[in-house]
Ligand binder design. Structure first.
Ligand SMILES: Cc1cc2nc3c(=O)[nH]c(=O)nc-3n(C[C@H](O)[C@H](O)[C@H](O)COP(=O)(O)O)c2cc1C
Length: 233
């Protein structure tokens, strides 16, 4: 695959959001390889690199993952699973996010690729810390190549069955699933609690004066295209 012109790193950081509504169009293997080859540049404890990725494209397997996702949705969001119309009563931001989750629950089998991310069981004191840097690399690389992705763990409602289905050995555990494809919605901007609410100066609870003086939205506007993108979906 030829390298293509890329967006800047900070634009990627400020616009990589969970894109769950994906087109069924296949993702070329060269693109998948590029994403994984970028993902594995991440740091891991003692450079163990015990991440393993199972790329799932098989229709029957994806249908099973969708069935488990529906089970997870019914367990964790029983009100919305039983009565989807209730989603319409939510304020805009949670409404769009949860409707996108509901969409993926119903369409997971149509997504071209689902990447199942695993790590060696018991290898690290802070196990996720050695897996999720690679996952974030993967999400950013997907953003860079115009793909949409998100972390979507609802099928993990059945971890043992999922491991058996994919022949994942007992010495590995599943950290997350990343459905991936070409997005139906647009990237960014991402809304987060401002720095002043999550960062302290010198000791816990002590405000950081510089952060307090910054705009509520932070410095996101510096890195977005001139016409702000909407974050429908
Ligand atoms: C460990 C982890 C587990 C997650 N599990 C799910 C999940 O099961 N279903 C889902 O729809 N999103 C899941 N997410 C995605 C988050 O909901 C998403 O990153 C967050 O809402 C921010 O979305 P935004 O970047 O679009 O603002 C997970 C994220 C992480 C880091």
């Amino acid at each position: 695959m030829e390298p293509s012109p890329q967006i800047g790193l900070f634009t990627a950081l400020y616009t990589t959001r969970a894109l769950r509504r994906l087109k069924p169009d296949p993702v070329p293997e060269a693109v998948l390889f590029q994403l994984l080859d970028a993902a594995i540049r991440a740091p891991s404890g003692r450079n163990a690199q015990d991440w393993r990725f199972v790329l799932v494209t098989d229709a029957a397997v994806k249908r099973q993952l969708q069935a488990w996702a529906a089970e997870g949705w019914a367990r964790y969001q029983p009100r919305y699973a039983a009565e989807p119309a209730l989603l319409e009563q939510l304020p805009r931001t949670p409404r769009l996010a949860l409707k996108a989750v509901a969409w993926l629950v119903q369409h997971l089998a149509e997504v071209p690729v689902i990447i199942v991310v695993c790590g060696e069981r018991g290898r690290h004191h802070t196990p996720g810390g050695s897996i999720f840097p690679a996952v974030q690399n993967l999400l950013l690389a997907a953003r860079g190549l115009g793909l949409g992705a998100s972390i979507f763990n609802l099928p993990l409602v059945r971890p043992e069955e999922l491991a058996a289905l994919l022949a994942i050995p007992a010495s590995y555990e599943i950290y997350c699933l990343v459905p991936l494809g070409y997005p139906r919605d647009r990237h960014g901007p991402v809304r987060r609690k401002p720095v002043k609410h999550v960062a302290f100066w010198e000791r816990w609870g002590q405000p950081w004066a510089f952060a307090l003086a910054q705009p509520e939205e932070g410095w996101q506007a510096r890195w977005l295209p001139a016409t702000p993108q909407d974050s429908e979906g």
